[in-house]
Design a protein around this ligand. Structure first.
Ligand code: GLA
Length: 377
């Protein structure tokens, strides 16, 4: 009897040691982040990898809350703009860290035709529709759960957008899975299905600042965008339909260049965007997910690469930040304190039949992947 229990204990101890060994220091912890106005709990998930990289996520808006990564001396800092609690995200107006949908970016005049029928959406950005409308996916409480991942720790978020929500046709079933691995990558897998033809364009709206803790503007960051062309816009930031070569323009980031180098040029596109706020057409070379952008910060040595299966990337240089948002630790986010790299289909695609299609039909799967990969040099 006694021998049996001793050996059972031994087996248990061995199993525990094996589990720790197999998983290293990788873990997920769940805690309370706050409450919605109608009393539902909003959760915070903390994902840690073997190298001490820490990512936090919340199911409010399926948002990334923070990303702590080392600089070249190994010192961790948070490279994301955001808020300290759920209330910050619930009241947010700038899409900090959020999953954006049903249609990320703009749809001209909030109208589009699908199978001969016209749909009217909210005109929540001048006369245009932006980021899914008045209460887009960033304003929803998603269901979240930990899921198994072969190469890391993962949280899966799920939301069903009802037929007619924000004017879009079809019940859209959306799953977004965030995985942190030991290569210091955050992988986001988007999956959606519908029961009626609709349009879909999902992205993540994280604002990055590789200095850490938003300690200054992003003008000294260097960026490389793997794109020979971009989609020029009108004054309302709706694509004109032209696919323009970046060569010879301040939008040429084929070789890495400081963001501040030409941001104040009197180039009409920069005037319209109040800086960079454009869609670059990712060169379709190499297997997908392919490298779309490389961002590096010379003082800290932090580097972030963006890989994606998407055809476009919106580089937005935080031109609407003006100090009115109070973020983490009460810090006011000033002009260009952060930048977004939103992987996507092109803006206003539903009204541009020659752009890659954003139509999703019943029976088909919307499936895209984007990876944010961190390192230091
Ligand atoms: C996107 C748009 C910007 C701005 C931000 C949110 O990136 O392209 O013009 O609306 O979202 O402030």
């Amino acid at each position: 009897m006694e021998r049996k229990s001793t050996s059972l204990i031994l087996v248990g101890v061995l199993a525990a040691i094996t589990a720790v060994h197999a998983e290293g220091k990788m873990k997920i912890e769940k805690s309370v982040f706050g409450k919605t106005k109608d009393g539902h709990s909003v959760d915070l998930y903390t994902l840690t990898n073997d190298h001490g990289m820490i990512v936090t996520l919340t199911n409010w808006g399926a948002s990334i809350v923070s990303i702590q990564v080392p600089d070249r001396s190994g010192k961790n800092a948070d490279v994301l703009l955001g808020y300290d609690n759920a209330d910050g995200y619930i009241g947010d107006t700038a899409y900090l860290g959020a999953t954006v949908g049903r249609y990320g970016n703009r749809i001209g005049k909030g109208r589009f035709k699908l199978d001969g029928k016209e749909y009217k959406l909210a005109q929540n950005n001048g006369e245009n529709h932006l980021h899914g409308g008045v209460a887009g996916f960033n304003k929803k409480l998603w269901d979240a759960k930990e899921v198994k991942a072969a190469d890391g720790v993962a949280v899966q978020m799920h939301y069903v957008s009802k037929d007619g929500e924000e004017g879009y046709p079809g019940n859209l079933d959306v799953t977004v899975t965030f995985t942190l691995d030991n290569k210091n990558e955050i992988k986001i897998d988007y999956l959606a299905t519908t029961d009626k033809a609709t349009v879909v364009n999902l992205t993540n709206h994280s604002y990055f600042n590789l200095l850490g803790d938003a300690a200054g503007d992003i003008l000294g960051h260097e960026i490389m965008l793997s794109a020979d062309r971009f989609t020029p816009v009108d004054v309302g930031l709706i694509p004109t339909g032209e696919l323009r070569p970046v060569a010879g323009t301040p939008l040429d980031f084929k070789q890495p260049k400081a963001i501040g180098a030409r941001i104040n040029d009197k180039y009409e596109q920069l005037v319209f965007g109040k800086g960079y706020d454009h869609n670059w057409i990712i060169n379709p070379t190499g297997p997908a997910p392919r490298l779309a952008a490389r961002l590096s910060e010379p003082k800290t040595g932090r580097v972030m690469e963006v890989l994606t299966t998407e055809p476009g990337i919106q580089f937005y240089s935080g031109n609407f930040l003006d100090g009115s948002i109070k973020g983490k630790k009460g810090k006011a986010y000033q002009f260009r304190n952060g930048l977004c790299l939103e992987t996507q289909h092109f803006p206003d695609s539903p009204n541009h039949p020659d752009f890659p299609s954003t139509t999703l039909k019943p029976g088909a799967k919307y499936q895209t992947t984007t990876i944010y990969r961190f390192s230091a040099k």
